[in-house]
Every structure is written in structure tokens, then in C-alpha cells.
Design a protein around this ligand. Structure first.
Ligand code: ZN
Ligand code: FE
Length: 257
């Protein structure tokens, strides 16, 4: 299985997948058609399937044009009138695509939006704008409880899972994480690593879940350092993990960017 990273706009990533010696390909979250068409041409592929995580335009903006170029393409997505899917999928559905020798498991990860889903197979997670490296998506529609539940679901995947998120936000996210978790050596090591990767023109994602558990404040709502940092910042005594998550998110929303 090949997974090609397609950078688009200023900081988006679309993901193209295809098997060796096959002509058909699958793309996740094509927010724009031109870079997808170019990548298909470069690899001598036809687009057979589109997987959509959520309705934001930087994730679906290329779908109608791709459908014109590849009229037989199958479009998978959650039930949401804002999403042009012809195959509606829901939590724990298994998707078998003709073009790939893999089965994808659908996970309901609502929070960033009300119908956000993720696709999981073989220790790889395509999670759109739910989890980023060292960060998580803003809550445009869901509740803090929704997002805490979604992140807990991701947290419980195998620790080797690769996180194929949709944006290169890592360095900025690390800046916030350092405010909250200043003594975290893994975080400082990740900052050095990411700076080097970006300087060399590379990408900081996919990241590995095991490392995210060590550095991502939005997955560390059960860690004593994060708990005490958040409680001190807001001068509150918080009893639930979902509340630690909520105030961590609010801290970033209100005072960071
Ligand atoms: Zn989004
Ligand atoms: Fe996005």
C-alpha cells in the first residue's frame, strides 16, 4: 500500500492511497481538485474512491470537479446535507473498497463539527481536523464532552497508530503546548525535530500516537502536570478529565491564537 501526501493551500494535506501495480486510487479529504489530479497523473492512476471526514471546504472543495473528471468515483462520508457523499457511513461501519486490499473502519469523532468521522485501517488513522500533531481541532459545532470522547477513542487505539491529520499546524501547536507543559522533555525534543524537518522542506505528519500521548496537551487530560497547570492557570479545582480538556481548549482559544 502506498500513501502519498498531497500538500495543498497553505497548510492542508490530502492523502492518496493505492496498491502496488494497480491503477485505481483513493483520496481522503480533497479540498482542491488540481493537486489531486496532478498526483494521479504523476503516479499513472485513476480515482475510484473519495473518503470525506467533514464538511469544511478545505476538505471537500475539490469533490465536484473530481466527480466531473472521474464520473464513476464513489464518495464516502457521514450523513450530513453539507457533504456530497453517495455512500453514507456511520460509526463502526466497515468499508471495503475494490481499489484497495484493505477494510476501513469508520469512527464517529464529532466535536470539530457535528458529523466529523475518521477512517482507520492497519494502525493508520485519517482523522481530518480532529487530532493534529500536538493539537486538536477547534470546536465549531460539538460540545467539549463530544470532543473529549472523540480524543479518548483515538487515545485508545494501538500506540503504534500513525496519525494522518489534515494540517501542518505542528510547530504552532508546540508553542502553545510549551506554555502548559514547560518541563516536558519529549515536547522540547519534538520541537527540535519538527524545526529540522520543516527547514529541510519535509512534513511533520503523519505522527505516531505513542509520541502524541507524550506531548499533545489535548490527549494528556489525565496527566498530573497538565492537570495542575490548567487548574493553576484558571485558579479552579477540576474533577473530570473532560473539564481538563475543556479548559485546555479554552486556554488555547482565548490566549494563544
Ligand atoms: Zn475543518
Ligand atoms: Fe481543515
Amino acid at each position: 500500500m502506498n500513501i502519498v501526501q498531497i500538500p495543498a493551500f497553505t497548510d492542508n494535506y490530502f492523502w492518496l492511497m493505492f496498491e502496488d501495480n494497480e491503477k485505481s486510487a483513493v483520496v481522503v479529504d480533497p479540498g482542491d481538485s488540481a493537486p489531486v489530479i496532478k498526483s494521479l497523473k504523476d503516479n499513472n492512476l485513476e480515482l475510484t474512491d473519495i473518503l470525506i471526514t467533514h464538511h469544511h471546504n478545505d476538505h471537500i472543495g475539490g469533490v465536484s470537479e473530481l466527480k466531473k473528471v472521474f464520473p464513476k468515483v464513489n464518495i464516502f462520508g457521514p450523513s450530513d446535507p453539507r457533504i456530497p457523499a453517495d455512500n453514507i457511513v456511520k460509526n463502526e461501519d466497515i468499508i471495503k473498497l475494490d481499489s484497495l486490499n484493505e477494510e476501513f473502519r469508520v469512527l464517529d469523532v464529532r466535536g470539530h463539527t457535528n458529523s466529523h468521522i475518521a477512517y482507520y485501517f492497519d494502525k493508520k488513522l485519517f482523522c481530518g481536523d480532529t487530532l493534529f500533531s500536538c493539537g486538536c481541532g477547534r470546536l465549531f459545532e460539538g460540545t467539549y464532552e463530544d470532543m473529549h470522547k472523540a480524543l479518548t477513542k483515538i487515545k485508545n487505539l494501538p500506540k503504534e497508530t500513525l496519525i494522518y491529520c489534515a494540517h501542518e499546524y505542528t510547530l504552532d501547536n508546540i508553542g502553545f503546548a510549551k506554555l502548559l507543559d514547560p518541563n516536558n522533555h519529549d515536547l522540547i525534543a519534538r520541537e527540535e525535530e519538527v524545526k529540522k524537518i520543516l527547514k529541510e522542506g519535509g512534513y511533520s505528519v503523519p505522527s505516531v500516537l505513542e509520541n502524541e500521548l507524550k506531548i499533545n496537551p489535548f490527549l494528556r487530560f489525565d496527566h498530573k502536570d497538565v492537570i495542575s497547570s490548567v487548574q493553576n492557570h484558571f485558579n479552579l479545582k477540576l474533577n473530570k478529565e473532560s473539564e481538563i480538556f475543556k479548559y485546555t481548549r479554552q486556554w488555547k482559544d482565548n490566549e494563544y491564537d
